[in-house]
Ligand binder design. Structure first.
Ligand SMILES: *Cc1c(COP(=O)(O)O)cnc(C)c1O
Ligand code: SF4
Length: 343
């Protein structure tokens, strides 16, 4: 979903972005995967296009169709399966826009959808059907978005989301934060981003310079689902962010075939901590059309959490939550009895 062609003299992360694998055939070839996956991959690619940055591709083990990192990015025939209860807008975002680009569902926090673009396309994403072109504060719609925030003194925290806010250049981020800094009741800036995990060189001098300049405390909620997503380059990016004073948290999605077992979840928490990141949320999958094969049973999920609590310090246990349209917060998922057949 990147528009325009890269220019010369650009930041290395932009070249990395431009070099991402966006073709299902190339993805299969690069990872030595069976050719018979291609017809289905092509069809699913038409529903939601493939996008895998090279830095992420390099962490996938070749030749294994069940690799947990691959599973997050490989289009499958399973995406064509219609599942009851799955919709195009499972969390009610389309009805929650206060003004274009502003989602104000929770008290004190407003979320800005700054751009529709992402550095990676995650097959389970609840935004795979979201009409970003129509709901995007970046397309000179910042003015109404900012004035909505400025006119509501109950808003204390602004969350930059998307898409992924770190797809914006540092100049745009700088302009946006300067406008937010001018609103006295805004006390915190939060970014929800997967970019430092999938293109760690995005955390460059320009970004750190912007972070160093803003007077707002910055919280960055990263998105990694598996310990193997956090290699040395990602850990380095996290260290640079922490040195710039950023508070680092992680949200993961509980995904069948990716991280739906206690050992994998425990390793994720441990690896996050090594990189200076605390686990924040573990989300139940949003029921978005085409992602039903990633669903994990609630009773399994609560069982995993109980087992995690038994073996990790409390601060390494994420909060298991689900999102419900119309709710006033993310809802905690509570134990509902023994799971039928959990991993
Ligand atoms: C998830 C979300 C938030 C943030 O919720 P926290 O519980 O504060 O992390 C804020 N606004 C919207 C619309 C959200 O979906
Ligand atoms: S980076 Fe986040 S918003 Fe973008 S496709 Fe992945 S899960 Fe969705």
């Amino acid at each position: 979903m990147i528009h325009g062609t890269p220019q010369t003299g650009q930041a290395p992360w932009r070249a990395e972005l431009a070099a991402a694998v966006c073709d299902p055939e190339e993805l299969l070839r690069a990872l030595a995967l069976p050719e018979d996956l291609l017809p289905a991959a092509r069809r699913a690619h038409r529903l939601f296009p493939v996008r895998v940055p090279r830095a992420y591709l390099a962490r996938i083990l070749p030749g294994d169709p069940r690799d947990p990192l691959l599973r997050q990015v490989l289009p499958l025939d399973l995406e064509e399966v219609a599942a009851p209860g799955y919709s195009k807008d499972p969390v009610g975002d389309l009805g929650a826009q206060a003004v274009p680009g502003v989602l104000h569902k929770y008290e004190g926090r407003a979320l800005l959808t700054t751009t529709g673009a992402c550095a990676i396309h995650c097959r389970y994403c609840f935004r795979r059907h979201f009409p970003y072109a129509k709901a995007n504060a970046a397309r000179d719609r910042w003015r109404p978005a900012i004035s909505h925030l400025a006119n509501d003194p109950s808003i204390r925290e602004v969350i930059l989301s998307g898409g992924d806010p770190l797809m914006l250049g540092d100049d745009k981020l700088g302009a946006l934060t300067r406008a937010l800094e001018g609103v006295p009741h805004i006390k915190r800036l939060r970014l929800h981003t997967r970019v430092p995990v999938v293109i760690p060189n995005r955390v460059d001098e320009g970004l750190l310079d912007w972070l160093g300049r803003t007077s707002l405390p910055v919280v960055m909620v990263l998105h990694a689902n598996h310990a193997r997503e956090i290699d040395e380059a990602v850990a380095g990016a996290c260290e640079r962010l922490r040195k710039a004073g950023v508070t680092l948290l992680n949200q993961a999605v509980l995904l069948a075939g990716v991280n739906d077992d206690v050992q994998t979840l425990a390793e994720l928490s441990e690896r996050l901590f090594e990189a200076g990141v605390l686990p924040y949320y573990l989300h139940m999958l949003d029921r978005v059309e085409g992602a039903g094969h990633f669903a994990v049973d609630e009773s399994c999920a609560t069982g995993f959490l109980e087992a995690l609590r038994a073996r990790l310090p409390g601060y390494l246990v994420p909060r298991l939550v689900r999102e419900e349209a119309g709710a006033t917060a993310k809802l905690p998922v509570l134990a509902v009895g023994a799971g039928a057949s959990c991993r």
